[in-house]
Ligand binder design. Structure first.
Ligand code: ADP
Length: 468
């Protein structure tokens, strides 16, 4: 029944209202029971009646005792107030109900009549434990008028029934109706963004991105914001997954078509001579190698991204690592007519995987040589900066425009597929693999470049030791 946010809110408000009403009512009843408010009426009646009788009896006090007492009986007629005449010595002379005046007689013996005359209405408890209000009033030098009325008893249920039930019920009803409208407004305020979130989630599952407006209370706004971020990430990730699959298929298609074509030609005898067969076989070998390289790169990238690349943790001297790079690439540089040199090399020890780091610098130097023309220069340097080492591979090649600088680190991104590639045609995966490797070493990689002036690739890695 109370499944919706609105009904639950309403129920909460109604319960709170009823609880508050109950507590207030209870407190009021307790206060009223203890307060003289409800007794004032009885006291008033006692005071007025006593004064009235006293005024009428005072002129008669001079009469003979028998006649005065008779006059007293006449004056004090049918009333809830009991009265008695007592003389100055405290002797009980008569009362309004002579057959049942034990309480008044008791009172006469127990209270100090002389002193009570000056006081206000007082209280007396009879032998049965009942409370009485009484007054003592002197009529003349002989007679004293004693009046008493039973203290009214207000039971809990009487007060609730007579005083509270009606107004409290009405007030509660009004407040509960109000609570209904307030819960309606508040539930809309909370539930509307949640409804939009569920619509957006549904749209997301169908591939659409709907941004939720940041409305409602702070927690709901925060949830909506997180939801928007998550939606964007999911959309970006599924887009990049689609692109990735499209790129991989594209990269596989060309070599596979080539291999298929040449294999078919050998089979159906289109290529016959040994020279032609050798040529077809060598194309098949080149394309298979290319596919193998692509497979290895993809595997590496996937493992790096998934964090399952099994990185070694060994101490690597950057100077030794870059020295090895020089040895590896000096011949290639010479063949290309490019001057490969070492600039200032500070030595730092990096904790990480030597083979993976070597792969990064191989890729950077290989690219630098690839994109630098004859008579160009490639320089490798390294310097310590606080707790890091900054390695730079700088070339005087074709450079990279500003708009391309970030994109080249994306998977399969190649600036211009028709540019000069050197011997090996790349896949646009080298720099994304390099970035993953550097990031898994808690480092950063970036490029600074101007078209036609050259590029400088920087790698910053944290060092465990400064070996200078
Ligand atoms: P590829 O295998 O195509 O070289 P990379 O990820 O290593 O892939 O590089 C991505 C793109 O960045 C390259 O296609 C190239 O256009 C550009 N690039 C990389 N290094 C350089 C450089 N030193 N100078 C100019 N362009 C470069």
């Amino acid at each position: 029944m109370f499944n919706s946010l609105r009904s639950r809110l309403w129920l909460t408000y109604a319960l709170i209202v009823l609880m508050v009403v109950a507590v207030v009512m209870f407190a009021l009843i307790i206060t009223l029971r203890e307060s003289p408010l409800l007794y004032r009426q009885a006291i008033n009646e006692l005071e007025i009646t006593t004064e009235l009788w006293a005024r009428r009896l005072e002129p008669l006090a001079d009469l003979q005792s028998d006649r005065f007492l008779l006059a007293f009986s006449d004056e004090t007629g049918d009333t809830t107030i009991q009265a008695a005449i007592v003389d100055k010595e405290g002797s009980f002379l008569t009362s309004t109900i002579p057959d049942n005046d034990s309480v008044l007689r008791n009172m006469t013996t127990q209270i100090d009549l002389q002193n009570s005359m000056t006081t206000e209405t007082d209280q007396f408890q009879d032998t049965q434990g009942n409370d009485w209000f009484y007054r003592v009033r002197a009529l003349d030098d002989t007679y004293i008028l004693l009046t008493a009325v039973a203290k009214p008893i207000f039971s809990f249920s009487t007060i609730v029934k007579d005083e509270f039930m009606g107004p409290v019920m009405q007030a509660s009803l009004i407040v509960i109706v109000f609570a209904f409208f307030i819960s309606l407004i508040i539930s809309n305020w909370i539930a509307l963004p949640l409804k939009q979130m569920s619509q957006s989630a549904k749209a997301l599952s169908e591939g659409d991105l709907i941004e939720i407006p940041l409305k409602g209370p702070r927690e709901v706004r925060r949830l909506a914001n997180t939801f928007n971020l998550m939606s964007k990430k999911i959309t970006a990730s599924s887009r990049s997954q689609r692109e990735f699959i499209a790129n991989v298929s594209h990269e596989f298609k060309t070599p596979l078509t080539s291999i298929q074509g040449f294999a078919q030609a050998i089979l159906d005898g289109t290529v016959k001579s040994k020279k032609e067969v050798d040529k077809a076989a060598s194309v098949i070998l080149i394309e298979t190698n290319r596919l193998h390289r692509l497979m290895m790169d993809l595997l590496m990238l996937v493992r790096l991204e998934a964090g399952t690349a099994n990185m070694q943790q060994e101490e690597i001297s950057i100077r030794d690592l870059l020295g090895n790079m020089m040895d590896k690439f000096s011949l290639q540089a010479e063949q290309q007519g490019v001057t490969l040199s070492m600039g200032q090399i500070s030595n730092g020890i990096v904790l990480g995987d030597g083979d993976r780091l070597a792969q990064v610098f191989s890729n950077l130097i290989d690219n630098a040589l690839k994109y630098t023309g004859v008579n160009g220069k490639v320089e490798i340097s390294a310097k310590i900066e606080e707790n890091s080492i900054l390695i730079c591979v700088k070339d005087s090649g074709i450079g990279i425009s500003k708009s391309e600088r970030e994109k080249i680190f994306e998977r399969f991104y190649q600036i211009d597929a028709s540019r000069k590639y050197g011997k090996k045609k790349g896949f646009g995966l080298g720099l994304s693999i390099a970035r993953e490797i550097i990031q898994s070493h808690h480092g950063t990689i970036w490029v600074e470049s101007s078209p036609d002036e050259g590029s400088a690739f920087y790698v910053k890695l944290p060092i465990t030791m400064n070996k200078n």
